[in-house]
Design a protein around this ligand. Structure first.
Ligand code: ACM
Length: 551
């Protein structure tokens, strides 16, 4: 393996000749102060993959590692997430600006050992070697995210942990966990047990786009217990990944209303007749704008804040409240909602939505947390600390940054990985835009309209995986990979000008990366197109260029 095969590509590498540091039974792994977490992780994965013992060693002299050792250290001169790797004279030194930098350096070190270093048991115990090199690296963006929708299709806990490992391997550091929607409520809330007893499963599921005549006629469901959530957060924290939970309000709430009918607009429809939604789109069954609903969700968020501690890692203070696509039909028809508008001195239902969001903005801020929501939350004004996930293109993000709000750029036109990755007829249940590996590689999170001061509000970027037509983890893998590798490089190190990015070079590096993904058991889309069992012949998608995202 050579340094020219790394993904995401590092900022700089220098090599001198083709010398190597061969690892053997005597090679040690030494953790300097504050690097124990990464040492534990690195030892676990490398002992499993190589079969070498990697015993704990004695630290080497300043500026170098001891002979025949891999050593981890901190150097506060480097940026907190930055690192340097020096391999020479049978020594490897990984130095990070902070614990996270050491961890990202360890990820690079694993890549340098070759694809078999990504296996869970050794194929061989000899031939493990690191190329002599010096690598200097640091991320361009602080927020390098992946959103996973576990509502439309539940991903069991072990699959979520696996995705955290896949994120870490790509130096992604924010897991946006879309836990609630019309089609399922996935997080145990002790004071409201019916949210999961009733809200976490549906009797059947539309198979394909909503226009498809097909149904999967079996119950679908699942949820994470509070201990599962604690485990997921702890696992992510060990990998320097923040978990940002999303509880979607006031729209995308049919599963909650099915569990507690009093949450809905009971003066407009008989909410007791609602069940967890079994098809796709934007449900008109939204939360009622009442004090009881506010109190109910405060109770939900109290438990959520307890489960997702603010001080876990950077960005853990954020709580996502959704705020997208709230259909206003029922509020327009509701005397209760109308009376509320009058009482609050508002003009219309759109202001009612802002009032709802602003309530939780203040509520979270009073508890030392920061609200983040989809760009619809901008309509009506926000508290200064609130941030925006810009999904309907760049526009929301530009408005937010100009108004002084932090932004995560995740425009549906570029980084909604549920959209098909090829225009051919064999793509499984094809949705919306064609966005190829190259398209994602050339995505630029910072729009040119922003001044450099405004651009500082772009915390970073995130790829989103909506799972209406991804019924299991192999389908999620197929949509995510290989494009998530391109996205990871955009977030970490790609040049700001997309025209200057070397896609041919990236594709060459991908040849090595497919080997890593194979070793990790990722069901990616091969460059030649879907394998027979990755296709879904006869299942209707929505292959319309320019189609809205919600299938
Ligand atoms: C979204 O795609 N509705 C955020």
């Amino acid at each position: 393996m050579t340094t020219s095969e790394l993904i995401p590509g590092p900022l700089t590498t220098s090599t001198w000749g083709d010398g190597v540091f061969p690892l053997d039974e005597e090679t040690t792994l030494t953790a300097g102060p504050e690097t124990d977490g990464t040492a534990r992780w690195l030892r676990a994965v490398l002992v499993a993959a190589t079969g070498l013992p990697l015993r704990e060693g004695e630290p080497g002299p300043p500026g170098s590692a001891a002979e025949n050792s891999v050593e981890l250290r901190l150097d506060p001169q480097l940026p907190p997430e930055g690192y340097r790797i020096t391999v020479r004279d049978r020594r490897a030194l990984v130095t990070g600006g902070g614990p996270a930098g050491v961890f990202w350096g360890a990820q690079t070190l694993r890549q340098l050992l070759g694809p078999d270093a990504f296996r869970r048991a050794p194929l061989r115990r000899t031939g493990w070697q690191l190329p002599e090199t010096e690598i200097q690296d640091a991320p361009r963006f602080a927020w390098r995210g992946l959103m996973l929708d576990v509502s439309r299709h539940f991903m069991p806990k072990d699959g979520v942990l696996r995705y955290l490992d896949l994120m870490a391997a790509h130096k992604l550091n924010v897991f946006h966990f879309h836990l609630t929607d019309d089609q399922g409520w996935r997080i145990e809330i002790k004071r409201y047990p019916k949210l999961t007893e009733t809200g976490s499963w549906r009797a059947r599921t539309k198979f394909g786009h909503r226009a498809s005549p097909l149904w999967e006629d079996k119950p679908h469901g699942g949820f994470y217990t509070q201990d599962d959530i604690r485990e997921i957060v702890a696992y992510a924290t060990e990998r320097h990944i923040a978990v940002v939970p999303e509880i979607d309000i006031p729209g995308h709430s049919q599963a909650a209303i099915a569990a507690y009918p009093e949450l809905g607009n009971t003066d407009v429809i008989d909410t007791t007749s609602l069940s967890v939604w079994d098809t796709w789109g934007v449900s008109k069954n939204v939360l009622a704008p009442t004090d009881n609903v506010l109190r109910f969700y405060e109770g939900v968020f109290e438990e959520v804040l307890d489960l997702f501690p603010a001080d876990a890692v950077g960005f853990s203070e954020f709580v996502h409240i959704g705020g997208d696509e709230c259909a206003k039909d029922q509020w327009e028809a509701s005397p209760t909602a109308k009376a509320r508008i009058v009482d609050l001195g508002l003009t219309d239902v759109d202001e009612l939505q802002s009032w709802f969001i602003r309530h939780f903005d203040n509520w979270l801020a009073a508890r030392g947390r920061r609200l983040i929501g989809w760009d619809e939350i901008l309509e009506g004004g926000l508290a200064p600390g609130a941030a925006v996930s810009s999904w309907r293109g760049y526009r929301g993000g530009i408005t937010a940054a100009r108004a002084g709000h932090d932004v995560v750029m995740c425009p549906e036109q570029q980084v909604y990985l549920d959209h098909r990755q090829h225009g051919g007829p064999d793509e499984p249940v094809p949705i919306g835009f064609v966005r190829t590996l190259e398209d994602v590689y050339r995505f630029e999170p910072v729009p040119p309209e922003l001044t450099s001061d405004q651009a500082r509000h772009v915390l970073g970027t995130q790829a989103n995986l909506w799972t209406e037509v991804m019924e299991d983890r192999t389908r999620v893998d197929y949509q995510a990979f290989p494009r998530l590798a391109a996205f990871a490089e955009v977030a970490w190190s790609a040049l700001p000008d997309p025209a200057e990015r070397d896609f041919a070079g990236f594709e060459r590096r991908m040849t090595a990366h497919y080997g890593r993904l194979d070793a990790l058991g990722v069901s990616y889309r091969p460059p030649t197109g879907p394998l027979p069992w990755q296709q879904r012949p006869g299942v209707l998608g929505r292959p319309i260029e320019g189609a809205p995202p919600n299938v």
